[in-house]
Design a binder for this molecule. Structure first.
Ligand code: HEC
Length: 217
């Protein structure tokens, strides 16, 4: 597999293709790019897809398909990941990137400077495993029985400020109105956010997050 076929199949665009797209590309060729349609049998196509995946992995995409640090990722994967971030994956309901999105959770504009793709995946799949500074959740119970979960800041002897992510509001409570207050060990970030995504979508979302570096913005 030398010649003109190699480079385009190892390009970052090809890394972002699904196996099915890659198989189509091998079967139909890319006449516009000078890659002819060759007469492969289906079994040969599968073998070629696996072979190309192995080459792509050796070139810097891990087994799980996570982008490795310092590896260029196809812009199309990043763009699709961004669309998921603001859409189906719901991240932007709470998180902002470049001043767009929710304000209830840590800003993720430069998150890739602080977290590797593996740490990002952990943060999404196991939100409660490590909780970002200042976002530890508390639960308070008022005299009338109302229970509010949020994170607290600016506490004085007389008052407590709590952010309620449901209402998206900071509210100041008088300590004397609270009958109970406890720190929660779980995160206010929901579990299972990736459950409705396909593997490819999950990888695209991670590609987007991994691209959020100071130098790239
Ligand atoms: C309902 C609100 C909410 C949604 C939706 C949400 N998050 Fe979060 N996220 C939080 C909160 C609150 C924290 C801080 C507490 C913690 O670290 O678990 C957090 C923390 C994180 C962190 C760690 C940040 C740091 O500075 O350590 C990452 C990364 C993250 N979220 C990514 C995501 C992604 C990606 C999505 C979409 C799949 C998402 N979040 C959806 C609320 C949310």
């Amino acid at each position: 597999m030398g010649g003109s076929m190699g480079p385009s199949l190892l390009s970052t665009q090809a890394v972002a293709l699904t196996d099915a797209d890659l198989a189509d590309m091998i079967r139909d060729g890319r006449p516009d790019k000078g890659m002819p349609a060759l007469d492969y049998q289906p079994g040969q196509i599968v073998a070629l897809v696996n072979f190309i995946r192995r080459l792509q992995r050796d070139q810097g995409t891990t087994d799980a398909g996570l982008p490795q640090e310092g590896t260029a990722v196809a812009p199309s994967a990043i763009d699709r990941g961004q669309a998921l971030f603001t859409g189906a994956a719901r991240c932007a309901e709470c998180h902002s990137v470049n001043e767009e999105g929710g304000l209830t959770a840590p800003d993720l504009t430069h998150i890739a400077d602080r977290m590797t793709p593996e740490q990002l995946l952990d943060a999404i799949q196991k939100p409660s495993q490590s909780i970002a500074d200042g976002y530890a959740a508390s639960e308070i119970v008022m005299r009338d029985g109302t229970t509010i979960r949020g994170w607290s800041r600016y506490e004085t002897a007389a008052t407590l400020q709590l952010y309620d992510p449901q209402e998206q509001l900071w509210t100041t409570y008088f300590q004397k109105d609270l009958v109970q207050r406890r720190r929660l060990s779980e995160s206010l970030m929901p579990n299972g956010l990736l459950d409705s995504l396909t593997d490819v979508e999950r990888n695209n979302l991670l590609a987007f997050l991994a691209s959020l570096k100071a130098e790239a913005n």
